[in-house]
Every structure is written in C-alpha cells, then in structure tokens.
Write a protein that binds this ligand. Sequence first.
Ligand code: ATP
Length: 457
Amino acid sequence: AQSTLDQVIALAKRRGFVFQAGEIYGGSRSAWDYGPLGVELKENIKRQWWNTFVRGRDDMVGLDSSIILPKAVWEASGHVETFTDLSVESKLTHKRYRADHLWEAFEKKHGREPNSWDEVPDPETGQRGNWTEPRSFSGLMKTYAGVVDDESGLHFLRPETAQGIFVNFNNVLNVARRKPPFGIGQVGKAFRNEITPGNFIFRTREFEQMEIEYFTAPDDAQTWFERWVEDCWDWFTDLGLREENLRRFDVPAQERAHYSAGTIDFEYRFGFQGGEWGELMGVANRTDFDLSSHSKASGTELSYFDQATGERYTPYVIEPSFGLTRSMMAFLIDAFTEDEAPNAKGGVDVRTVLKLDARLAPVKVAVLPLSRNERLSPAARDLADALRKHWNVDFDDAQAIGRRYRRQDEIGTPFCVTVDFDTLDDQAVTIRGRDTMSQERVSLDQVEAYLAPKLIG
Ligand code: ATP
C-alpha cells in the first residue's frame, strides 16, 4: 500500500501543485516548480504568516532584502567559515551522504553513538563500514557577479534571509521609529548546496523561508524566546496542523548552529520511511552574535541607545525561522484525508479530500453548472465572474457533477456552487460544503453574503 506521503506527492503532481523543475530535460534534483494550485497555496501560507506576524503586530515591520549581498556579510556572519557539512561517500554505490544525518540515524536506532564509521550501514545496501573519509563541504551556493569572470567576482546566494535583516538594523530602526522589543519579518528565497536534496520539497537547494529577527534587551531574551515558541506553535495549529503531528525538540548545545544559545525545533510527522519526523522550523536565541559581528567587521555600530536608562546595548535576537516550502508540505500532508461519499449508484465511493483550512485553500469556490447547457452555463459564468472579484474561483462544466465534486474535494475547495434548471426559475443555487457534503439552497443575490464570513482572510 502507498503511504500517505506517497499519495500526497502523487496528488501534488497530478493536480498541479508541484512539478519537477526542468522535467522535459530529465529534471533537476535541486528544486521544484509550483504549478497553478501550488502557487496559490504557497501565496496563501505566506499571506497568513505576514498578516499574523508582521501586519497583525504593532512590534513588527517587514523587509525585502536582496539575495546577493557583499561577500563580507557572509564572512562576518561566520557562514564562509562554518556553514559546512561533513559528507561521506559510499564505496559501494558511490552516493554521497551528510555524515551527521547517517550518524544521527544510527544514534536514534541504537540509542548510542557509533564507535566508528565501520559500524555505520550504507542506507541502500545495509552493508557496514564502506565509507570514504568524511570530507568538509561548503553549503554556500556560489555565483559570479561583475564583468570580470574570475574569483574577484565570487559571491554567495544567501543561505538564510536573516543576514539581510541584520545589516539593515540601523536603517529600519531609524525609519520605523521602533525600539526593542521589536522585530523585522521577511519572506524570500534561500539557497543551500545540500549534499542530499530529497524527500520531495522537504529538502531542496533552492527554497523559501519566512523569518523573523526579534530584537530585545539581553535580559528579556529568554522570555521572548518562550513567547515566540508559543506563538509559532499557535500559528500552525490555528491553521489546521494537528497537535499529535507536531512536537518540540530542545536542540542540545553540541548540535546547535554556531550562533545559537538555545534552539527549539518544531518537528512534524512527515511520515518519511525510516524516521517519521522531520524538522519543520526552528526558534533560536542568536544572542548579540550577529549584530556584534557586523558592527566589528563593518565598523558601523549596530546597537541601541536606551534613553530611559541612558545606556547603549547590543540587542539580543530571537529568531523564529520557518521554511515556507516545508510548511506547505506539512499542510498538504495534514490535510490529506480519505473518507466515503455516496455515488450515483446508491453506494459509496472512497473520496480524497484535502481538508485545508479555508484560508489556505488554493481555490475557494467552484461554480458548477449542473450540465453543459446554453441556458445554465451563461448564468453560472456570470456568478463565477461576480465571485472572482473576491476569491480565487474555478468554473467547470465538463463531466458528471459527482466527478466534478470529487475533483474539487481533492484540491481542497471549501465550497461548490451548483447552478441547476431550478435556478432559472427560483434564482437560487445549491451550495455544498466540502467536509460535510451538506447542501443548502441560497438565493443568487445572497451567495456572496453567505460565503463571505466563511472565507475571511
Ligand atoms: P536541516 O537540519 O533540516 O538541514 P537546518 O536546521 O539547517 O535544517 P535552519 O538553518 O534552521 O535549518 O533553517 C530554518 C528553516 O528553513 C528550517 O527549519 C526549514 O524549514 C527551512 N529549510 C532549511 N533548509 C532547507 C532546505 N534545504 N530545503 C527546504 N527548507 C529548508
């Protein structure tokens, strides 16, 4: 039997959420493309995040900084020196793996660390101890900028959006008239030269992040850290992730990133083979590491003068860092449901439903004339055009109505509006809810008012 994860991946490809990048040329392992439904879902997640954490709060402002920054930024941030992973190559299959991933997999399985690489099995063949020496490998993606095509033009694509926020600290502080505690939020692409991209959109070399850098007085950092962990948890569960599929992991000191004095990862039950859970996002206490490093390296003081106490200090930073594309994968998996629906023969069929929160659903309303007909279709089109002013609306008049309901259920459309022959007389339509499949007759001039409170956000 197919796992839920496999079913979700198949659905995502079949219905146009996610396509393989460069598929007609055999595809790239680095990235995926987001199709007509995928781009809507991703935008909706992004909008919910922005509305909750940036616009919805008086202590937050937004930013959109560049992907290519001066190389000095990545030297000061520590990325050039420490954003490296160890990789090992299997002498049997010649595949490369992240050394820490293999090491941790062994630890999780046996409850202890391996004594040496001789004990660690090859994930594909199961054979032990056929590894090359671990080799260090930079996770930074390189590119060359400028007209001279040599090392002097070497630049890095950002591996996190955070640094663009830190280097703009003074700019934002001056224009936004905020003082700590306050934060800056940003959504955008990030790039990492991952050794083993995989598990669909879970780990890619090009991906999107939604990050907050929240600046506080050093003494308040721990309190804000704990509040942010709660706020992030609430955001996911409010948008529908089930609590039993979400857990916190307090990352031990030796496994934390070089800048972190404390990290809580949220793990989601993605359902991977051989280890169900995977990191969804992380909240880190970055201390004053970044602002201090950039102050020192750039010669520009990035600090805050507190008029109340007459003291100048370098704020601490609490960083909730979300993967947008990883979040999308989690929302898809959590929403995937199979239940039963009545069929035309009086029996029941298994139906696939994406029980996405209406705020995330890529299509909000489908307008379906009962059959393709010269009187029904124009009335239905007029209704679809009116609703399209507010929401993303699908119009579909091909195939039997039951099939069309199934198609909408499968992509998570919360409401289907059916225009039938009675509509021409009574000026009313049938509105069907996705989860309950219950139907209500609503007069045409009340359709918008009926849907509006159910489709807010
Ligand atoms: P991992 O251990 O999975 O490599 P990480 O701890 O290096 O992740 P962070 O540096 O904390 O990840 O990045 C913050 C978030 O960005 C992650 O929680 C994840 O949601 C997202 N992210 C990081 N790397 C990738 C990637 N290669 N593909 C997709 N999303 C990613």
